[in-house]
Design a protein around this ligand. Structure first.
Ligand code: CO8
Length: 258
């Protein structure tokens, strides 16, 4: 894998961990960081030893949003020609589970990045929000779309219009995060959950992710059609044969991911 300047990565026992690493500026997300996140995710997505990917931030925040320094003087034409959002779009195509572990701030582009994760674990001190409106812009990397799909139009508008920060507890109540965790054990608890996924049959995990994502973006009938296809496809896998055989033989299945 390439060496990185804006992130750090480690991987062991089926779990890859990507950490945003610009703590002096609260991990402000510049374009290079987005490229590196995508490169690391794509690398781990193709690494057979990796089953789950965790995303977190170093220092006192997950991240405080897109790097305002980098974009303050950009013109509309420059933004358009740069085509930077193509990297954000690539996040959508990662097949393996991505679990975000959020502490401190997850604002603006960082909240958008968190919403690209499949599940979110957050420490009790986490703060989420879209403060873009306070600096004369709006979310540009999917925030208005993903938040609205997750919590509904009226609630999304409240947070997007005011730019206020929501507490971890509010985010939990709104169904944005899966677990509220004490700050000192956030990473440990996220790993514990990831370990549960590591030993599951990898193809089932992959097709479940695809099917759930399809549910968000399609009608119920289209989604069910997609789900049904994936269900049938899994009957070509060795893990389906082994899983059902093991059940019938009353023993623990030995999954191989094939
Ligand atoms: N960009 C650049 N630098 C930042 C950012 C940021 N988003 N956030 C913090 N920093 C820097 C500060 O300038 C400061 O640097 P220095 O020490 O050199 O002065 C350092 O990080 C520490 O920050 P603070 O001293 O401000 O720390 P506080 O604890 O006092 O405050 C806050 C923390 C409340 C998070 C505060 O830093 C803040 O309000 N930050 C900006 C939050 C924000 O507006 N985020 C949204 C940015 S716009 C956006 O995300 C649009 C996304 C669009 C698509 C993405 C395209 C890539």
């Amino acid at each position: 894998m390439n060496s990185f300047e804006m992130i750090e990565t480690i991987s062991s026992n089926g779990i890859a961990h990507i950490q945003l690493n610009r703590p002096k500026v609260l991990n402000a997300i510049n374009r290079q960081m987005v490229k590196e996140i995508v490169q690391a995710l794509e690398f781990f997505d193709h690494d057979d030893d990796v089953k789950v990917i965790i995303l977190s931030g170093k220092g006192r925040a997950f991240a405080a949003g897109a790097d305002i320094d980098e974009m303050a003087n950009a013109s509309t034409i420059q933004l358009e020609l740069m085509n930077q959002f193509v990297d954000w779009d690539k996040l959508t195509f990662i097949k393996k589970p991505i679990i975000g572990a959020v502490h401190g701030f997850a604002l603006g582009g960082a909240f958008e990045l968190a919403l690209c994760c499949d599940m979110l674990f957050a420490s009790e001190d986490a703060k989420f929000g879209f403060p873009e409106v306070n600096i004369g812009v709006m979310p540009g990397a999917g925030g208005t779309q993903r938040l609205t799909k997750l919590i509904g139009k009226t609630r999304a508008l409240e947070w997007l219009w005011t730019g206020e920060q929501m507490t971890a507890n509010q985010a939990y109540e709104l169904g944005i995060i899966n677990r509220l965790i004490a700050p000192e054990v956030l990473i440990e608890e996220t790993y514990k959950f990831a370990e549960k996924i590591v030993n599951q049959p990898a193809l089932s995990i992959r097709f479940i992710k695809e099917s759930v994502h399809r549910a968000v973006d399609s009608t119920i009938l289209e989604g069910m059609y997609f789900e049904r296809k994936n269900f049938s496809i899994l009957f070509s896998s060795e893990d389906q044969k082994e899983g059902m055989k093991a059940f019938l033989e009353k023993r623990k299945a030995q999954f191989t991911g094939k």
